[in-house]
Design a protein around this ligand. Structure first.
Ligand SMILES: Nc1ncnc2c1ncn2[C@@H]1O[C@H](COP(=O)(O)OP(=O)(O)OP(=O)(O)O)[C@@H](O)[C@H]1O
Length: 937
């Protein structure tokens, strides 16, 4: 019969056990001895997702399990009924969500007052997450529980202790757990010291995790070697009830703190490895080994679970860190920054001292250059090295290499370098491009051994792939840059001008050829607008508009010719222009060829061709400009005026009868002027049909530029910077008089059919045998034009008014023609000369010249022979004087026509006799109303 004290203790113990069960985090079920469910704690209900336990009461617990698990459950119940702990790990899905879970189950007997099993306690713990680790722990737990159950004589007492400890530590986890555990252990078991130790990273020594001594926490200490703990760490439970100091005289700690007794149990992890121990020491003897070892055993199991939990937490933390490091190491940076960040993060993630990345030196397969080298505190300068006989050699041949230890011995040729860094272990992977070609390698080295850990390798590979991508990116980048450079060179150095223009024609880029042609500097490119090169002339604007219209329509423009002005000197620039909108639609790509030289050449050619016509005409005319014969006062006066006006640009109006030498005077003015090296272009306004005079003077267009080759330049254009001689200016039609006035006033005109305005600098010399003053008064001539022409009038008197010049002229012409015809004539009969002087010469000097020419032709000897015409004319001379000048001219022409049988042209025609061009003669005949029928009448 139990004592009343024991009765009370038992009652309390039962009560507390019930509370313990309820508050436990495990799933605890109470079964009857046949294994039928009686009750379950709240946590168990939650864990199994059971809402109502009622219907389950009385159901066989064993049958909750399936297959082999059911057999295990049955065996466990049987064990418990025998007073032992039955345990197993089984698979069980939760009731509602059917979440598969692994449960670690132990079944123990609850002893009755008689010490015999009365009920069973089935404790299930969710070990799904910690299954591997907990398995072993549960085994230990099972073993210890078994021992406890088998040997416990005073379960109630144990229960009390357990409760005390559980209460103290149940709610604690993490850093608080161990201090709390050892404090509760020491207090509940009434011992001076309690402590828990943990295996250190070196895998061979232990260090206290928490200790409690003499009522206060102990500082951390290393577990002494060769003491009782050492035995525990070989997996054995050790109990020294007394005489501890005698047993371990060499262990200073035991001597120092003066403890007598010791009890320790190992803490074993899921892989059945000892990871620490739990021990108590006391200054009094410890006489109940069963109670202490079983209590310690239970809490060792709990400690193991906590260690495991911490280990997972640490592992989680570490993998978190690793992930973070991977993230940091492979984030957005590129280039040198990227590689630095990569190796630093790699070293941190894998907790190695060194990490570096390399790539092959270009063109070599035996030499690499580091891209970044982390050495624990900072980066080394990058360097190159040869691969042979280094740990890296095989890596760069494509292998993953791990040298877990003694790297220096493995690579003796590089021992010195490796020793300097204290390298013990090495791990590296090749870094490849997408096609698998090795580009470099990524390596870590450490000063301690390195274990073959698949997780390390997978982390490593993540870094390796990223490094490969970066190397490839760099390679592509370099290639891209090279290409860009080549393109830029091509663009910049191309002989054809390239310009990229924004939609508002603002220049974005221009190559050298473009800048050269346009006369802009590289600095000016961006502030320049394409439009600004187009001069404000209607023609240039029209061309531009056509070009832009085609761009606007999205069409390519090819070969449009534009006229521009250079920016630096405003000189004309002709370009042939191609433009294409960029696919982005934000700018146009323009290409142009500078054809200025060609255009100018063509213009010059056209001008020269035009000039050539006149020059040939002039050659045909065989003028001798220099020789103005005569010494009469009136002629001298004329020549004096010529000298005065020649150097100026003033317009000169020469008047005088036909043949008086007006053209000769005009040429003299030109030849004495600064323009003498430029052409003197002659236009006979009377000889050109009225409809053609305008295009003759101003030229005409034949459409667009390409027509430039076929266009006709006007004589004003041809005479640019030279002199234009407008002969017979009195015959200019009225409508053209105003156009001529504009040229005289502004130097501007347009071609017939063209819109382009031409500006010329032409000196004008006009001549007429009409009385323009009188004509303008009569409304037949624009007075403003007359005044504009009559700036500097030179009047040539008719030959009859300067008789004294006749002998000189006769001699001059005789000499000239005699030389021309290879004759020698040195005498002119007096009678003839007198006749020449008496004759009125209505055709003036031209007439005289022709008369002499014929006389020279007919003369056979050294004396000029009198010719028939002269004598017959001579007869009429007296009559002629009674006519007006015009009548005389008319009569003279009719006489000559009669002589030539009305033949106008040809060598024997009247025009040749009169020294006129046939067209001039015809115009005169028209003007004077001379027709053949007149003769017939
Ligand atoms: N002073 C001169 N000395 C020598 N020859 C002269 C002289 N004046 C005129 N002539 C010659 O007389 C011819 C006619 O001269 P020119 O053609 O200059 O006259 P014009 O007044 O222009 O005639 P038109 O009004 O018919 O055009 C030319 O062959 C020219 O060389």
């Amino acid at each position: 019969m139990a004592s009343p004290d024991l009765e009370e203790a038992l009652r309390r113990s039962e009560e507390l056990a019930a509370r313990l069960i309820e508050s436990s985090r495990d799933c605890i079920k109470v079964l009857d001895l046949n294994g039928h469910l009686l009750s379950m704690n709240a946590h168990g209900m939650t864990a199994l997702e059971i809402c109502d336990f009622g219907p389950l009461v009385g159901s066989p617990w064993i049958e909750f399990w399936d297959g082999q698990d059911r057999e295990q459950a049955r065996a466990a119940v049987e064990e418990a009924r025998q007073g032992r702990v039955g345990r197993f790990t089984g698979f069980f899905a939760t009731a509602q969500t059917k979440t598969p879970k692994w449960w670690d189950v132990s079944v123990t007997a609850i002893l009755g007052k008689d010490g015999k099993p009365e009920q069973l306690l089935a404790i299930s713990r969710d070990v799904t997450r910690l299954k591997e680790a907990e398995q072993a722990i549960q085994q230990a737990y099972g073993r210890l529980e078994q021992q406890v159950a088998a040997r416990t004589r005073d379960l109630a007492q144990t229960g009390l202790v357990l409760r005390q400890i559980v209460e103290g530590v149940e709610s604690k986890i993490g850093e608080q757990f161990f201090p709390s555990l050892v404090q509760q252990l020491a207090t509940a078991l009434g011992v001076d010291y309690a402590y828990v130790s943990e295996l250190r990273e070196d895998g061979i020594s232990f260090r206290s995790r928490a200790g409690w001594g003499k009522g206060q926490p102990l500082p951390q200490f290393d577990v002494p070697a060769h003491g009782p703990c050492e035995t525990v760490l070989t997996r054995k439970c050790v109990h020294h009830p007394d005489q501890l100091r005698e047993l371990y005289p060499h262990v200073q700690l035991i001597q120092d703190i003066g403890v007598e007794s010791y009890c320790g149990v190992p803490i074993v992890d899921g892989s059945d490895r000892v990871i620490g121990h739990l021990a108590i020491m006391d200054s009094k003897p410890m006489l109940d080994p069963v109670r202490t070892t079983s209590t310690l055993g239970i809490f060792a199991m709990r400690a193991a679970a906590e260690f495991e939990r911490l280990r997972f937490e640490r592992a989680l933390c570490k993998s978190d860190l690793t992930l973070r490091k991977i993230d940091e190491g492979t984030a957005a940076t590129t280039g040198a920054d990227f590689f630095n960040s990569l190796v630093k993060s790699l070293a941190e993630a894998l907790q190695t001292r060194y990490a570096f990345v390399s790539k092959f030196v270009s063109g070599s397969h035996t030499r690499v250059r580091t891209l970044a080298f982390w050495h624990g505190d900072g980066f080394l300068d990058n360097f190159e090295y040869d691969l042979p006989h280094t740990p890296c050699e095989r890596v760069l041949a494509g292998e993953v290499c791990l040298f877990p230890e003694k790297v220096q011995d493995l690579f003796p040729e590089h021992r010195e370098d490796l020793a300097k860094l204290g390298v013990e272990s090495y791990l590296a992977i090749p870094v490849s491009d997408r096609s698998g070609a090795v580009m470099g390698h990524l390596a870590v080295m450490d000063t301690k051994p390195m274990h073959d850990d698949p997780r390390v390798l997978s982390v490593f590979k993540i870094f390796g792939v990223r490094a490969g991508a970066e190397l490839e990116r760099e390679r592509l980048d370099t290639r891209l840059k090279e290409n860009e450079e080549r393109l830029r060179d091509l663009f910049d150095e191309a002989p054809i001008a390239y310009v990229h223009e924004g939609l508002d024609t603002r220049f974005l880029r221009a190559n050298r050829a473009a800048m050269r042609s346009l006369g802009i500097t590289p600095e000016e490119v961006n502030g320049t607008y394409g439009r600004s090169f187009i001069p404000d002339t209607p023609d240039a604007q029209r061309r531009l508009k056509e070009a832009f219209d085609s761009v606007g329509r999205g069409a390519d423009t090819s070969g449009v010719v534009l006229e521009l002005r250079r920016k630096d000197n405003g000189k004309p620039l002709w370009i042939q222009w191609w433009s294409k909108p960029d696919p982005s639609g934000t700018y146009t790509r323009t290409m142009f060829v500078d054809i200025t030289e060609r255009v100018l050449m063509e213009q010059e050619k056209a001008r020269l061709e035009a000039q050539n016509v006149y020059l040939q005409e002039e050659i045909k005319g065989a003028h001798n400009f220099e020789e103005l014969i005569g010494s009469s006062t009136s002629l001298r006066k004329v020549l004096k005026n010529v000298e005065r006006v020649a150097p100026t640009d003033s317009t000169v109006l020469i008047t005088g009868e036909t043949g008086t030498g007006k053209e000769l005077i005009a040429r003299a003015v030109h030849n004495l002027s600064p323009r003498k090296d430029r052409p003197l272009v002659k236009v006979n306004c009377a000889a050109i049909p009225a409809g053609l005079i305008e295009s003759e003077l101003f030229g005409h267009e034949k459409g667009a530029f390409t027509g430039a080759l076929t266009k006709k330049m006007g004589r004003f254009e041809v005479a640019d910077k030279g002199t234009i001689f407008l002969d017979e200016i009195g015959d200019l039609p009225l409508d053209l008089q105003s156009k001529l006035l504009r040229v005289l006033q502004e130097g501007e005109f347009e071609r017939v059919g063209g819109t382009q305005t031409f500006k010329v600098k032409v000196r004008v010399i006009a001549a007429t045998n009409r009385d323009l003053a009188q004509q303008s008064k009569a409304g037949q001539y624009r007075p403003d034009l007359y005044y504009r022409l009559n700036v500097f009038p030179i009047h040539l008197p008719p030959l009859r008014e300067r008789e004294s010049d006749i002998p000189l002229l006769v001699q001059y012409f005789v000499r000239k023609f005699a030389a021309n015809f290879g004759k020698k004539i040195d005498r002119i009969p007096e009678r003839m000369m007198t006749a020449f002087q008496r004759y009125p010469w209505p055709g003036n000097i031209r007439e005289l010249e022709h008369v002499i020419e014929r006389a020279v032709i007919l003369s056979e000897g050294p004396e000029l022979e009198p010719i028939e015409w002269l004598s017959s004319s001579d007869g009429k001379a007296g009559q002629a004087k009674t006519h007006t000048l015009q009548e005389a001219e008319r009569q003279h022409i009719v006489d000559v026509l009669e002589q030539t049988s009305w033949r106008v042209s040809g060598p024997k025609g009247a025009a040749a006799v009169l020294g006129l061009k046939p067209t001039t003669l015809e115009a005169k005949m028209k003007k004077l109303g001379i027709e053949r029928k007149h003769r017939e009448a």
